[in-house]
Write a protein that binds this ligand. Structure first.
Ligand SMILES: Cc1cc2nc3c(=O)[nH]c(=O)nc-3n(C[C@H](O)[C@H](O)[C@H](O)COP(=O)(O)OP(=O)(O)OC[C@H]3O[C@@H](n4cnc5c(N)ncnc54)[C@H](O)[C@@H]3O)c2cc1C
Length: 475
């Protein structure tokens, strides 16, 4: 006998579990199906983000940053440490514990919000009248029927052509988060968010890290001034970054990986690494969903095709998160989940991609929202830019963390903020002010006139806003 629901969500990552919770809050009977399992077979809801993405990477970034601070930065504060060591096993176990806490947190939230959770693979099984039939294959198989289905099946890592991920020598994000001992030499293919974060973790712990990026520009999507500063700082930290690289050969040995490439000048290069992390982007995941059973349309790149409001080609079937177009970010997936649940309830959920913040959790962190200077120039927008360095910020000096700056871009005539870019301490937190300002259609003068706590890093944002009008007070 099939179980009836108003809404069935397939996929329990940040898009799916949030969509199910919001639907339940709005009075729908909601179910969420997710197939991720812990090593002992118990469910591990939370998707890529919780299990092998945002959460474990930030746990390792924190551990490795603590280690680096203890080894280098503490001495400046008069704190002496002898016999500093790192227990990689313990660090990984802590990361696993943080992940499990998040898995359990989501199971608790399902209970609290009366979302029915099914552990297993969900797939379309056809129609029953106007409703959709969804089968769950797992330890407790089930048949569900629902008027609305939200597909939130996420993404999977892309591999290099002809180079299989084995998560022993050739690692995707999952392997990169679980290297059992500090590699002497680590190769990273792809200087995107994941490559730089994972490279930073193992570099801080002592690995010699070489990053190989195919594109000619480093961090091409980031504001050029920020990307330039990042390249300078990361290189100083010891990351070896090659851009314009074309990988020509990868040979996996028992104990190492030999990589050959041509550099930007077309010269043949090679190196041998203990492990090679492949972080060249992610692909939408629809395996096992039964899209073809019901005729769910995918686009030419394999994403579930949706309109601006996440409607698919099928009535009452929606899709959100990494499996559809747009930034592959957890908070974008969540916002789409909320917006779709609200649309089901007749409300007007809305997600503006232009105000989705981006963060790279390196040290210093990089964060931005809105347009870059090069985009505005290409679009012919007449704008003013203001920047303020953390070297002139009292809190950053007290913290001993003065790398980087805040940059604000605003329309010359109206002063409306079009972009905010930060490289520096706590950029991931500071960027929220720019998001709020842009959502409210603020002018740079609004930020410049708002009272900011002293001493705080956020004063650099205020000063960057003042700089748009050429009137910084502390520089
Ligand atoms: C190393 C790394 C670090 C990252 N760091 C960040 C970060 O700091 N900030 C950020 O915003 N983003 C980050 N991301 C990206 C982020 O993880 C994704 O954007 C986000 O997880 C997408 O959410 P989602 O719900 O669309 O899909 P997912 O999180 O991929 O979840 C999909 C879930 O659906 C399940 N599933 C798939 N098919 C089925 C099926 N047929 N039946 C049942 N279940 C199914 C999957 O197993 C999975 O559990 C990171 C990614 C990686 C790899």
């Amino acid at each position: 006998m099939a179980e009836q629901f108003d809404v069935v969500v397939i996929g329990g990552g940040p898009g799916g579990y949030i969509a199910a919770i919001r639907a339940a809050q709005l009075g729908f009977s909601a179910a969420c199906i997710d197939d991720w399992s812990r090593p002992d077979g118990r469910p591990a809801p939370g998707g890529t983000c919780t299990n092998v993405g945002c959460i474990p990477s930030k746990a390792l970034l924190q551990s490795s940053e603590n280690f680096e601070h203890a080894g280098h930065a503490f001495a400046d504060h008069g704190i002496g440490i002898s016999g500093l060591s790192i227990d990689v096993r313990k660090m990984l176990a802590r990361k696993d514990k943080v992940v499990a806490q998040n898995n359990d947190g989501i199971l608790y939230l399902f209970k609290k919000n009366k979302v029915a959770f099914f552990h297993g693979l969900g797939s379309f099984a056809g129609k029953e009248g106007d409703a959709w039939k969804v089968s769950v294959a797992g330890t407790k198989p089930a048949e569900l029927v629902a008027k609305h289905v939200i597909v939130a099946t996420g993404s999977k890592p892309r591999s290099l052509p002809g180079v299989a991920i084995d998560n022993v020598r050739i690692l995707d994000n999952e392997g990169a988060l679980a290297i059992p001992e500090i590699p002497k030499k680590l190769g990273v293919v792809g200087a995107g968010v994941i490559g730089l974060e994972m490279g930073s973790v193992w570099r801080r712990l002592g690995a010699q890290v070489t990053v190989l990026e195919a594109l000619p520009a480093f961090l091409g999507a980031v504001d050029t001034a920020i990307a330039r500063e990042a390249l300078k700082l990361f290189t100083k930290q010891g990351l070896v970054i090659h851009t314009g690289v074309q990988i020509t050969d990868v040979k996996v040995g028992e104990r190492d990986v030999a990589v050959a490439w041509t550099d930007a000048a077309g010269k043949a290069q090679s190196a041998t690494f203990d492990h090679l992390i492949v972080s060249i982007g992610r692909l939408p995941f629809t395996g096992g969903l039964g899209a073809d059973v019901v005729g769910l349309q995918l686009d030419e790149r394999g994403f579930v095709a949706v309109d601006a409001e996440c409607r698919t080609n099928l009535p009452n079937v929606w899709a959100i998160g990494d499996v559809v177009r747009g930034p592959m970010l957890a908070h974008k997936a969540e916002e789409e989940g909320v917006a779709v649940a609200e649309r089901l309830a007749g409300q007007h959920g809305h997600v503006d991609f232009n105000t989705v913040p981006w963060v790279i959790y390196t040290s210093p962190e990089i964060a931005w929202v809105g347009k870059t200077e090069q985009q505005l120039k290409a679009e012919g927008v007449d704008f003013r830019a203001g920047s303020f360095p953390f070297t002139a910020n009292g809190r950053a000096r007290a913290m001993g963390d003065t790398n980087g700056f805040v940059k604000i871009l605003a329309v010359r005539k109206t002063d409306r903020i079009l972009g905010m870019h930060v490289i520096g301490p706590m950029a991931s937190e500071l960027i929220s002010e720019g998001v709020v300002a842009m959502e409210f259609g603020a002018a740079s003068e609004d930020l410049a006139r708002i009272c900011h706590a002293h001493p705080s890093l956020s004063e650099a944002t205020k000063e960057a806003a003042l700089a748009v009008d050429g009137r910084t007070l502390n520089l």
